[in-house]
Design a protein around this ligand. Sequence first.
Ligand code: SAM
Length: 290
Amino acid sequence: MEEKNKTLGGVLYLVATPIGNLADLSERALKVLSEVDFVAAEDTRNSGLLLSRCGIQKPLVSYFEHNKRERGEHIVGRLLAGESCALVTDAGTPAISDPGEDLVRLCAERGVPVSSIPGPCAAITALTLSALPTRRFTFEGFLPTENKPRRELLDELSHETRTMIFYEAPHRLRATLELFSETFGADRPITLCRELTKLNEEATRTTLGGAVALYSGKEPRGEYVLVIGGGKAKAGADDYPEDPAAHVEALMAGGLDRMEAIKAAAKARGLSKGKFYAMLEAAKTDGNGR
Ligand code: SAM
């Protein structure tokens, strides 16, 4: 296996850093951090501490949500001039729910090569602990804070069948759990992952109703990832009863009148109303319902 080992000028390195446990910093991350010309950090104080704990001294520039536009231009300018830069965010993998995403896009637009040094990511760590299906999942990050986009997203996710991963701040946890319970139902499984890789790491496997009850009695503390089981698939074209009369009856039992049920059954089968009606009549004469 050939390894990518050289730290090159003109390259942006996305360096994953620990989400709580310093021992999770990889050998390759250390090598890149000690070889680049400068480090761009979401919080220069935090990252400065991390670097000094590792015995690394590097010029640091800040790159965060509120200066990302002009600072992004500055960083890309230096990369185009041949310097190398390591981007580190507060914790975890840069570009996952942090402004690193914008810097990668800017580099792509300007033809600057980007290399990712993989490592800790809270979302994946939580997913692996969740005991929920991991084969198909969707990463949602933080819910939008404004009402309208949040409502629209939740409406969309109410049909989601894959496992869903959310980030949440402790001061919003209770309200978010209540919202999830209303949207997905109190029986839906959730794993609350707290303080991952830290001394007080927890993975609480419960239901949304159970989680709401749990936190009505205690104050959320620390960092959380919420992993929620997917819902049942919407009734698809293959889920209706084969017998056309039984199909109509099932829809009528669900509250439709006969004409509405015939229309809905025809639509589900991709047939015109007339064609489906003819099928119903034929089934009556056959007497076998098919
Ligand atoms: N880029 C990071 C990553 O790779 O996971 C995520 C950055 S995002 C700004 C921060 C959020 O990640 C926190 O609010 C929390 O939801 C989650 N998080 C980060 N570290 C965590 C930890 N040790 N335990 C639980 N959640 C964590």
